[in-house]
Design a protein around this ligand. Structure first.
Ligand code: NDP
Ligand code: DGY
Length: 328
C-alpha cells in the first residue's frame, strides 16, 4: 500500500448520504469528487481521473479506452454504482488488469417492484385515466370506457430471467398468471423451476406472450433485440415492458408497432437517449408510458447501492476481495 494520501480516488458525482458518509471516513487515500447532482462534463471527468488509483462512477459515465488512457497506469479499480455495466469497456479494463465492482442484489427488489408498477400502469392505462379525471374526459361510468388488459390467466414472457427477471415473475404469480415463458442464452432451471417457467426461443416468447418483460443486461447480443421482426411476432393485444436498457429496443420499430396496432401498449423505464427529448414521438402516444429510469429509486436502495459501491472501491484499492466484483 502506498503512503497515506498518495492513493487518489475520483468520485464522479455526489452520492447518496450513507455512501457519502462512508467516503468521508476514508483515511488512507485522498478523495476527489465532482460535487454536484448533475453529471460531470466529459472534460472534467478526464481531468478528475488523471492519475487516479480508483474511480467510483455512475451509469452515466462512459469508461472507455480514451478515459482509461487518461487515468493512466496507476488505476487499479473502477467501482460503478449500478448493476448494469454496459457503460464500461470491459475488454479494456480486463486487458489492463483493472478490477471492477458493481451493485447487484441490493437493487433487485426495488427494480422488480417498479417493473410491476409500470406493467400495471401500462396495461390498466393509469396515466391516461388520471389525465381524463383532470381534463374533464370523465363524464360518466361507461361499460367499455378505459378498459385495459389484465394479468389473470395470461402468459407472461421474461427476456432475461436473472435476479430482477425472477423477482418480477415471483411478484406476478399471485395475480393469477397462467404461464411463464422465458428466454436467454441458456435455460436457468435454478430460477425457472419454482415458477414452472418454460424456456423458449425469443421468437416463441414474442408469439405466445400477452405481456413481454425485458430484464436482460445490455450486451452486443441484446442490442436492439426487440425490433421490427420481434414486434411483428407479438400479439396485437400484447403489452411490452422494458426496465433493462433503452438500447435493447429499436425505438422507431416500437413506435411503428404502437401506432399501427401491432401491439397494444408499451411501458419503458429506460430509453435511448436518456433523458428522452420532450418532443420525442413516443411521448405523444397514449399507449406508451415512459418513466425516467427510476427502477432502483427508493431511498434505502440508493443508499445501499452507494455503500456497496464505496466498499467495493475500498476493498479493490487494498487488493482484498470486493463484496461484489464483476468477473471479467
Ligand atoms: P442478471 O445478470 O441477474 O440478469 C441478466 C439477465 O440477462 C440474465 O438472466 C441473462 O440470462 C440475460 N441475458 C444475457 N444475455 C442475454 C441474451 N443474449 N438474450 C437474452 N437474455 C440475456 O442482472 P440483473 O437482473 O441484476 O439486472 C439486469 C439488468 O437490469 C441490468 O444489467 C441493468 O441493465 C438493468 N437494470 C435496470 C434498472 C432500472 O433502473 N431500470 C435497475 C437495475 C438494473 P442468461 O445468462 O441466461 O443468458
Ligand atoms: C442499474 O443499476 O444498472 C440501474 O439501471 C440503476 O440502478
Amino acid at each position: 500500500m502506498q503512503a497515506a494520501k498518495q492513493v487518489k480516488v475520483f468520485v464522479t458525482r455526489r452520492i447518496p448520504p450513507e455512501g457519502q458518509k462512508l467516503l468521508s471516513q476514508v483515511d488512507f487515500c485522498s478523495v476527489e469528487q465532482w460535487d454536484s447532482d448533475e453529471p460531470i462534463p466529459r472534460n472534467e471527468l478526464h481531468k478528475g481521473v488523471a492519475g487516479a488509483h480508483g474511480i467510483l462512477c455512475l451509469l452515466s459515465d462512459k469508461i472507455d479506452q480514451e478515459l482509461l488512457d487518461t487515468a493512466g497506469p496507476d488505476l487499479k479499480v473502477v467501482s460503478t454504482m449500478s448493476v448494469g455495466f454496459d457503460h464500461l469497456s470491459l475488454d479494456e479494463l480486463k486487458k489492463r488488469g483493472i478490477r471492477v465492482g458493481y451493485t447487484p442484489d441490493v437493487l433487485t427488489d426495488a427494480t422488480a417492484e417498479l417493473t410491476v408498477a409500470l406493467l400495471l400502469s401500462t396495461c390498466r392505462r393509469l396515466p391516461e385515466a388520471v389525465e381524463e379525471v383532470k381534463n374533464g374526459g370523465w363524464t360518466t361510468w361507461s361499460p367499455m370506457w378505459m378498459c385495459g388488459l389484465g394479468l389473470y390467466n395470461s402468459t407472461v414472457g421474461v427476456i432475461g430471467l436473472g435476479r430482477i427477471g425472477l423477482a418480477v415473475a415471483r411478484r406476478l404469480m399471485p395475480f393469477g398468471v397462467k404461464k411463464f415463458l422465458y428466454t436467454g442464452r441458456q435455460p436457468r432451471p435454478e430460477n425457472a423451476d419454482d415458477l414452472h417457467a418454460e424456456y423458449v426461443s425469443c421468437e416463441k416468447l414474442a408469439e405466445d406472450s400477452d405481456f413481454v418483460i425485458v430484464t436482460c443486461s445490455l450486451t452486443p447480443e441484446t442490442q436492439e433485440l426487440c425490433n421490427k421482426d420481434f414486434f411483428q411476432k407479438m400479439k396485437k393485444t400484447s403489452v411490452f415492458i422494458n426496465t433493462s436498457r433503452g438500447s435493447v429496443v429499436n425505438q422507431e420499430d416500437l413506435y411503428h408497432a404502437l401506432t399501427s396496432g401491432q401491439i397494444a401498449a408499451a411501458g419503458l423505464d429506460v430509453t435511448t437517449p436518456e433523458p428522452l427529448p420532450t418532443n420525442h414521438p413516443l411521448l405523444s402516444l397514449k399507449n406508451c408510458v415512459v418513466l425516467p429510469h427510476i427502477g432502483s429509486a427508493t431511498y434505502d436502495t440508493r443508499n445501499a447501492m452507494a455503500v456497496l459501491a464505496v466498499n467495493n472501491l475500498l476493498k479493490g484499492l487494498v487488493g482484498e476481495p470486493m463484496p461484489s466484483e464483476l468477473k471479467l
